[in-house]
Design a binder for this molecule. Structure first.
Ligand SMILES: Nc1ncnc2c1ncn2[C@@H]1O[C@H](COP(=O)(O)OP(=O)(O)OP(=O)(O)O)[C@@H](O)[C@H]1O
Ligand SMILES: [Mg+2]
Length: 370
């Protein structure tokens, strides 16, 4: 699958841009602040209906305009698709696929799958557990139809349980049956979320280890799922019984702290290299390549799940890697995916044997093909 045509109107610093791409590796250069990341962001938005930077509609629409328009023509094995997203300052965004309006994100997110790697992804390894949970959830949101709804129901129930617990700290004699109902509901949704995440980790962990081994010859890397009760459940069957046991055990603590201290909202994804936690012991380069390996896992997982090759959007990846790792990365990507690489300087590719099928220069929100 590849992106053939992209059109932007009033998207951040792009007043109007129209671009044609070929399948293969595309290089986008430009000085700082010219619009490279914005361009990749718009492609990601067309892929899954949100900004990879977590930006709001207000931030995306050109400062002096009331709407932003993104249009993509994607070519897959089963034909061409045209995706159009219009963001409006007053709300009421519009999505069209082949000119037909779509109400839900789920009706278009798998048409043009994309994976983005950005400098911020260092947080996947260096940041707190929430970054790693979001990584898994971001994949599952696209790969499992019922996952977004499940997550929403869990969050809602969690908020209800927390507010009940909060009121109980002031009136300790009050209600127990309602608490039991919320707790059981939470365990039911939470178990399913954990099962999804654990299955995903199970599916990608060997891939993660092999990417790290590839980048750091002979190194022993590990990815694992750690429940909030500090135990790696042995099996999916284990999850629910362990969960219930620990919820009961932690009830006093929950009441004292006026919050739910156990559950998938507190779980962690362990990333180790040579038996040591990458978050605390890894070098900056090891952490960056671990984050990149996680994105490679995402790419391969979505590829297998969807049966079409996602776009790989690599924002400013070259400046941080040494020559050997750059060569390894380019070799690994090969020509299986349409890959877009941004860089402030073309010299970052010196010494790397790369077959580029399109070079673009971004300057002040306009793009030129070289
Ligand atoms: N809503 C908006 N309206 C107009 N301009 C915007 C909007 N949002 C961001 N910009 C502008 O877009 C530019 C940043 O673009 P972008 O982040 O794509 O740069 P970049 O080429 O990736 O730079 P760097 O190499 O520093 O990462 C800034 O000049 C910023 O002011
Ligand atoms: Mg940038």
């Amino acid at each position: 699958m590849f992106l053939k045509n992209l059109e932007l109107k009033n998207y951040r610093n792009y007043k109007h841009a129209q671009l044609n791409f070929d399948k293969g590796t595309i290089l986008i250069t430009g000085d700082n602040g010219q619009g490279k990341t914005n361009l990749l962001e718009s492609i990601y938005y067309l892929s899954c209906g949100k900004s990879h930077r977590g930006s709001s509609t207000r931030e995306i629409i050109h400062a002096q305009e009331n709407f932003a328009l993104m249009r993509a023509e994607a070519v897959a094995e089963d034909g061409k698709k045209r995706i159009e997203i219009e963001l409006r300052r007053e709300g009421n965004d519009k999505i069209r696929v082949d000119k037909v309006y779509r109400k839900k994100k789920s009706e278009f997110i798998n048409i043009m799958p994309a994976v983005v790697f950005s400098p911020d992804d260092l947080s996947l390894v260096k940041g707190g557990p929430s970054f790693r949970r979001s990584y898994l959830d971001g994949i599952l949101d696209r790969a499992a139809r019922d996952f977004p709804g499940l997550r929403l129901r869990y969050q809602k129930t969690l908020a209800q349980r927390n507010s009940l617990i909060n009121s109980m700290t002031h009136h300790p004699h009050k209600i127990n049956t309602t608490l039991k109902v919320w707790t059981e509901k939470l365990i039911s949704y939470g178990t399913t979320i954990m099962a999804y995440r654990m299955k995903l980790v199970e599916a990608i962990k060997d891939d993660f280890a092999s990417h790290m081994d590839y980048f750091f010859g002979g190194s022993d890397a590990l990815m694992g799922y750690m429940a909030s009760w500090q135990q790696q459940p042995e099996s999916l069957e284990d999850v629910e019984s362990q969960y219930r046991k620990h919820m009961e055990k932690n009830l006093k603590k929950d009441l004292a702290m006026a919050t739910t201290t156990i559950g998938p909202h507190r779980d962690e994804i362990i990333l180790n290299l040579e038996g040591r936690n990458l978050r605390n012991y890894g070098s900056q380069g090891q952490q960056r390549l671990a984050a990149l390996s996680m994105r490679l896992c995402e790419l391969m997982f979505l590829f297998q799940k969807m049966g079409k090759s996602p776009l790989f959007l690599l924002d400013d990846v070259l400046s941080e890697l040494d020559l050997l790792r750059k060569k390894l990365l380019i070799e690994k990507l090969g020509d299986r995916f349409q890959t877009m690489i941004t860089a402030t300087n073309i010299h970052y590719l010196e010494g790397v044997d790369i077959d580029i099928c399109g070079k673009y220069v971004v300057s002040g929100g306009s793009v030129q093909r070289l």
